[in-house]
Design a protein around this ligand. Structure first.
Ligand code: FEO
Length: 172
């Protein structure tokens, strides 16, 4: 038995962290919406939904392996109410970096326990985190580049509005 109680507890923490990430994105969407940046708000809400998909992937993994999947206490997003667009994506990037480190920690713990069965899932997440950080970082960089140029911010906002809606179900 490599899927130990200790590993299950660590997976449960990751489930909670993914749901926390969803709440952070939802709060950041509110900050964007308050500034009439509806495209940005929509993008952030889609991202919030994607975090639920991530939580579901971890939940499925725990349940499929006979573990007791448990959602822990979810911390309040702790996002300031008045953030500039750059600060919104800066906060998102910092949270993604926190999630990436948590997944790397989980990977190390599974490796140390000889739990090979978690590898495919964790490999998927390692790749996904590279993509998430790159995407959020790119938007942040573009917003920084346009600075106070309102028409530049609105162009980025219009592009972000084009992100297609996703299901919150784990389809993998
Ligand atoms: Fe599930 Fe954006 O990390």
């Amino acid at each position: 038995m490599t899927f130990t109680a200790d590993l299950i507890e660590k997976f449960n923490k990751q489930i909670t962290l993914e749901l926390e990430a969803s709440m952070v994105y939802r709060q950041l969407a509110i900050a964007a919406d308050a500034q009439d940046l509806s495209g940005m708000a929509e993008w952030l809400r889609h991202q919030a939904d994607e975090e639920i998909v991530h939580a579901n992937k971890f939940i499925d993994h725990v349940v499929d392996r006979g573990g007791d999947a448990r959602i822990g206490a979810i911390a309040a997003p702790g996002v300031d109410s008045e953030l500039t667009p750059v600060q919104i994506f800066d906060a998102a990037l910092k949270h993604e970096q926190k999630v990436s480190e948590a997944i790397r920690e989980l990977y190390r713990a599974c490796d140390a326990a000889g739990d090979l069965s978690s590898r495919p899932l964790l490999n998927w997440f390692l790749e996904e985190q590279i993509e998430e950080e790159a995407t959020v970082g790119e938007i942040r960089g573009q917003l920084e580049r346009v600075g106070d140029d309102g028409s530049g911010v609105l162009r980025i906002d219009a592009r972000l509005a084009q992100r297609p809606a996703e299901t919150t179900e784990n389809e993998a």
